[in-house]
Design a protein around this ligand. Structure first.
Ligand SMILES: [Zn+2]
Length: 147
């Protein structure tokens, strides 16, 4: 399936291509204070592919906190959080926020990553996040009606 997301104003967007189903992709709700503030519900697939589109890079906030091992992509115009992105040696990885999609109300499972050290956090992301191309200066494609 393809999961398409947009921020509220359309400056940021993403497409996630996955062979998984809603049962196997397992939306997750992280319990960190950032994710709770946004009611984040994220999905990723290490065997899938994703692209993140940023029409106006001047209006992209790449927020970092804690271990600073990833960037939390927030629209600088409408304030919507669309997902987290990490640049690794062999390319980008992401976990993307279902709240910015038509599937925002699908149930998620609570997860907690608080006690991880930086290296185990990176290893988990390599295992679970989606290989992702960050496309700066490219407008998100039109979102299709959910199937
Ligand atoms: Zn926006």
């Amino acid at each position: 399936m393809r999961i398409e997301g947009r921020c509220h104003c359309g400056n940021l967007g993403f497409e996630l291509e996955t062979a998984r189903t809603w049962e196997t992709i397992g939306p997750r709700e992280c319990d960190c204070s950032f994710c709770r503030a946004h009611a984040t519900r994220c999905v990723s697939d290490p065997e899938g592919r994703a692209a993140v589109f940023v029409a106006d890079p001047e209006r992209l906030v790449r927020y970092q906190f804690g271990l600073r091992t990833a960037e939390f992509l927030v629209c600088g115009r409408c304030g919507v959080y669309i997902g987290a992105y990490a640049e690794e040696e062999d390319g980008g990885l992401s976990t993307l926020n279902l709240r910015a999609t038509a599937h925002r109300d699908r149930a998620g499972a609570a997860v907690s990553y608080g006690p991880e050290a930086a290296e185990s956090r990176r290893a988990r992301r390599r295992d679970r996040w989606t290989p992702t191309e960050l496309r700066l200066g490219v407008s998100p494609p039109a979102v299709h009606a959910p199937g």
